[in-house]
Design a protein around this ligand. Sequence first.
Ligand code: FAD
Length: 422
Amino acid sequence: MTHEVRHATCCVIGCGPAGAILGLILAREGVDVLVLEKHGDFLRDFRGDTLHPSTMEIMDELGLAEGLLDLEHTKAPRIEARLPGRTVTVADLSHLKTRYPFITFMPQWDFLDYVTGEAKRYPNFRLEMNAEAKDLILEDGIVRGVRYETPEGPCEARALLTVAADGRSSPFREQAALKMVRTSPPIDVLWFRLSRQDGDPEDTFGYAGGGRFMVVINRGEYWQIAYVIRKGDYQKVREDGLEDFRRSVGETIPDLADRTWELQDWEAVKLLSVQADRLRRWHRPGLLCIGDAAHAMSPVGGVGINLAIADAVAAANALAGPLGEGRVHTRDLIAVQLRRELPTRAIQAFQTFAQRRVVSSSLGPDGAPSIPVPARMILSLRPVRDLAARIIAFGIWPEHVKRQEASERIGQTQVARKESVE
Ligand SMILES: Cc1cc2nc3c(=O)[nH]c(=O)nc-3n(C[C@H](O)[C@H](O)[C@H](O)COP(=O)(O)OP(=O)(O)OC[C@H]3O[C@@H](n4cnc5c(N)ncnc54)[C@H](O)[C@@H]3O)c2cc1C
């Protein structure tokens, strides 16, 4: 059968936050990059929409922060938890020394449209939508690219380096015999939205108490709500019926009880099966995994998108030079994992603690967050609270874009070759 063959220096599978940012930075550095995205657009609801200061600083370094903030968004300088009888500030980012002392909420599709729009300014950036990667091309144990499907028929992308940035269900890890370390988070999340009305509060906050745990995010026109359940309880929630679910939401957030009728069917409620895992090794010759494909994160703290983008920056910093010179050694791939593994593991450990001690213990009859008294006292100290805000804002090891735009190299970039083979 006839199929198209594309050649690129780097082929990125998946145009989520990790793939889009990696593609943009590599293209900016003059590397010939082909990004494959299986969907025809970026319209997917209830994804990571939380851009933390670390990501905003990266966008700033790329000269794109201003343009991004011209798009519709909301800002949360503070995260509060409303517990029975009291409100606790979990993190106050407004004191942080950064131009962006807030969490920016923006639909992920707007972010991706913007980033890919900027990337397309570079002639050596190619994005193929409706292109679903299927099988790695393995030759003598080295990944040489990937076979993929398009509406026009099967294609092959051949590349010096293939990057799997295709999210937490990536099949390429197994194809490359990369082993996972899995954890079993005790929670799942139901996402839905309710309208915002005049007089509603401005803040984004969490509710805990009465056996329930919810996070309520101000998205301008509407509230985006995360309703946390025990893992495996989704069927039971469905069986109890929509009326019970609406009542439970209204009892927990009385301010919104007057509009729970907006939830007309279960289509309006999306289940996120919480998953947390990581690869032992993120690479093999010719292949690197980044973002959720290397480590699926729990939604606690809303860090998934930010870690995925940090991976992309670290990968671009380490690999743009070698790729530009037409060689990538295993040591270059190891360098990316070494840089990103520790911050990922540290955040996963923190999420595990928060899930077990705070979130999970709040669920069930009369549950309330269970934090031991000494820990509560330590957490209430100002320096500790500031440290928590810094970790939420910047993670453990923030990444920064290293190189400047190599426009002179772009002119020399090999123009993509397209050929047909039988
Ligand atoms: C319901 C939900 C809510 C979330 N909420 C938050 C939040 O509030 N804050 C936060 O930070 N994170 C959140 N996350 C996590 C966050 O969305 C991810 O951590 C982040 O998007 C990871 O980015 P990524 O680029 O690694 O992968 P993804 O965003 O998963 O992107 C992978 C891309 O690859 C494409 N793809 C997949 N397979 C193929 C293939 N075979 N060929 C070609 N393309 C392919 C996909 O279509 C997708 O565009 C949430 C996730 C979900 C599912």
